[in-house]
Design a protein around this ligand. Structure first.
Ligand code: ATP
Length: 306
């Protein structure tokens, strides 16, 4: 796997708080990586470390194969676009002028470049309007455009959908997918709402109390969340043979006494009967459907904080 960003046990200790605790992340090149955690879990601090805005107390990380020192020495943090906390806009200025200012700092004078960025984030028609009148979603998209100045290869977006209405969230989602597909950008988005990220993310890291508690692909997440029949049995091997003989192939032995069956959920009684007729004792059977948010709450200790 070609990883654009990795970390090896990074930690960040503030005076009384361990904000990040031995986090080892792996972000594949070209991924939309959902970095999920409740408020205060350590997402912002982790992203600040990867952007060079904070130093880890211990551990190391690489972006583009370079460690923190090399990134600094070779001025490679400029290949990372960041929108952390809020866009920091000049509200009396237009979107165009906000972008122009960032371009001037970056030594870019091409007017077309600014218009292209506005169009990339869906603000083509709004470039000349003062940003004071922008919706929160438009401000966030302008913040993304500003983070894109200099053509970064990786983009960090910290809670970009916080406080947005459904339309604003959908527009940010569209923008993220467009940047990923059209520009090939690797994007790390932090959020406390797994459900929203699940519509775009290809990979996930779940952080809780500073610790990375899971890293999984979108396929792994959906299989973990898929509805299933749970069978509690005494003889799992015979049950598997029986399921195979019934033509059931999508099942998984979860532990020595549990089998999950992912198909024919409407035939739970018939499957149970067939197992019983084959003298396979069942101590429990039920249908379990774990939604994505439920999965997240279970992973993070069951505290609802959306
Ligand atoms: P949020 O979404 O609320 O920003 P987060 O997951 O991004 O949450 P962080 O902002 O990284 O979490 O904070 C993690 C912990 O570190 C929190 O307990 C926070 O109070 C603490 N923390 C963050 N920055 C500092 C700092 N500069 N000094 C002391 N403690 C800090």
């Amino acid at each position: 796997m070609d990883y654009i960003l990795t970390s090896d046990n990074i930690s960040k200790q503030y005076k009384h708080v361990k904000a990040v605790d031995s986090v080892s992340l792996h972000v594949p090149k070209g991924a939309i990586y959902g970095f999920i955690g409740r408020n205060g879990a350590g997402k912002t601090t982790t992203l600040k470390i990867f952007s060079g805005l904070a130093s880890p107390t211990s551990g190391s990380f690489t972006v583009f194969g370079c460690n923190g020192d090399e990134l600094r020495r070779k001025n490679m943090f400029s290949r990372i676009g960041i929108l952390i906390e809020n866009p920091g806009l000049y509200l009396d200025m237009s979107a165009y002028d906000n972008l122009r200012m960032k371009c001037l700092y970056a030594g870019i004078k091409d007017k077309n470049y600014i218009n292209e960025l506005l169009s990339l984030v869906g603000l083509d028609g709004a470039g000349r309007r003062p940003t004071r009148n922008f919706s929160l979603g438009m401000k966030q998209r302008l913040g993304i455009a500003i983070a894109l100045v200099g053509n970064p290869e990786i983009l960090f977006l910290d809670e970009p959908i916080n406080g947005l209405d459904p339309q604003g969230i959908a527009e940010i989602r569209e923008t993220i997918v467009r940047l990923n597909k059209e520009k090939g950008l690797t994007i790390i988005i932090s959020s406390h709402i797994l459900e929203e990220l699940s519509k775009v993310a290809t990979n996930y890291g779940i952080i809780n109390n500073g610790k990375l508690i899971a890293e999984l692909t979108a396929e792994e997440l959906s299989s973990r969340c898929e509805s299933r029949i749970v069978f509690k049995l005494f003889d799992v091997q015979s049950a598997c043979n029986m399921l195979n003989s019934m033509g059931i192939t999508r099942f998984k032995v979860v532990d020595p006494g549990t089998v999950h069956v992912f198909e024919r959920l409407d035939q739970i009684a018939q499957i149970g009967m067939a197992l019983a007729k084959a003298d396979i004792l069942i101590s429990g059977m039920w249908i379990e459907s774990a939604g994505i948010e439920e999965f997240f709450f279970n992973m993070t200790g069951g505290v609802h904080n959306a």
